[in-house]
Ligand binder design. Structure first.
Ligand SMILES: *Cc1c(COP(=O)(O)O)cnc(C)c1O
Length: 362
């Protein structure tokens, strides 16, 4: 068997050590003679050996303060685009959104069903190639919350600062950069993330919600869209994504063994630098149009001089074992997603391939 390097944006590559452990215990987990996939979510085994350890590991990794609940939700990060307004609007009718790319736009579109959406920071004028400075943020007087997307997975931009919102809760869609570096959770009202990029298999969404924001959902809120349902029932109101939670827990443990998020941050920066340095030194053969102040460390997007070369690049890279480098159809080009589980060796292999490809075609 030959494992290839998977640069797909998500579901994304997972740590090999975790995959091997899962393989080893797939049929007979912890000597119980059954698979985790077959284990009831209300058993003490699930609670004591899977759910609770996963919660504790995440809490420790992110230094999550005691006044936050970690919720395991099944409906994908996109469902948070509705859950956030449903739970946070209360008696208000407006919310502020930082509009920096395709994912923040999707969040805004959904929120518009429930409230007036104000754009507090707008990157549309620069074609989402730069995140305007914090001095350009204009918050409305009566917003229920401020929502932003710290890493725009499709556009390839990333905030390297945390918006200061004063007293209004700050909500972050960290789907594509959670656990990639340390963040001060206390600056946020809600952090949410789909698991399939930086955490584990698809099917699980994690929401980290400050206690005072739970229990105030609009009356029309469906039970499964109410944070209180998950908080009151330890995420076991209905069947959670048990296998994804199990694997997320193993990934958290693996992260700790690697030195935690601080160590990950250093490696991630090094990986991203290798790619950006090569792109910038390629005299325009490879080009990345994102402002240097806000380039993503997770999703490196770039273009080649023309479409033919791009097609050839995709074909030859795949043949070389470097998979899923095609950019999102909305922006085209190439995208290398290099989350925590993408090894430095994988990035080095891509860099070498890019150098060779340039030599052969430049
Ligand atoms: C992938 C992604 C989503 C969508 O996640 P789903 O789990 O597919 O709903 C939302 N936001 C960001 C920033 C993403 O990268």
């Amino acid at each position: 068997m030959q494992r290839k390097y998977n640069f797909g944006a998500g579901p994304a590559t997972l740590p090999q050590a975790v995959m091997e452990q899962v393989q080893n215990e797939l049929l007979d987990w912890q000597g119980k003679g059954i698979s985790v996939m077959e284990l009831g979510h209300r058993t003490s085994e699930f609670n004591e050996l899977i759910l609770t350890p996963a919660l504790n590991e995440l809490k420790a990794l992110m230094s999550i303060p005691d006044n936050y609940k970690i919720l395991f939700i099944t409906s994908g990060a996109s469902a948070q685009f509705s859950m956030v307004p449903l739970n946070l609007l209360q008696n208000k009718t407006q919310a502020d959104y930082l509009y920096t790319g395709i994912w923040s736009h999707k969040a805004m579109a959904e929120a518009k069903r429930y409230c007036q959406v104000n754009i507090a920071l707008n990157a549309e004028a620069n074609g989402f190639t730069a995140i305007p400075p914090s001095s350009e943020m204009t918050f409305s007087a009566d917003a229920a919350y401020v929502h932003y997307t710290p890493n725009e997975t499709i556009n390839g931009s990333e905030f390297h600062w945390i918006p200061e919102t004063n007293k209004v809760p700050l909500v972050a869609d960290m789907s594509s950069n959670i656990l990639s570096r340390s963040v001060d959770v206390s600056r946020y009202g809600i952090i949410y993330a789909g698991a399939q990029k930086n955490i584990g298999p698809a099917g699980l969404t994690i929401a980290i919600v400050r206690d005072d924001l739970i229990g105030k959902a609009l009356p029309v809120t469906p039970t499964l869209y109410n944070y209180k349902t998950y908080a009151d029932n330890n995420s076991l109101y209905n069947t959670p994504a048990t296998f994804s939670i199990y694997m997320a827990g193993l990934v958290f443990k693996w992260l700790r063994s690697q030195g935690g998020v601080a160590a990950m941050a250093e490696i991630n920066q090094r990986k991203a630098n290798k790619l950006y340095q090569l792109i910038d030194a390629s005299a325009g053969f490879y080009s990345n149009n994102i402002d240097k102040s806000c380039r993503s460390r997770m999703n490196v997007v770039f273009k080649l001089p023309n479409d033919n070369l791009q097609q050839l690049f995709l074909k030859e890279s795949a043949a070389a074992g470097l998979l899923y480098l095609k950019g999102h159809k909305a922006v085209g080009g190439i995208r290398a997603s290099i989350y925590n589980a993408m090894t430095e060796k994988g990035v080095d292999a891509l860099v070498e391939f890019m150098k060779d490809f340039m030599k052969g075609n430049g």
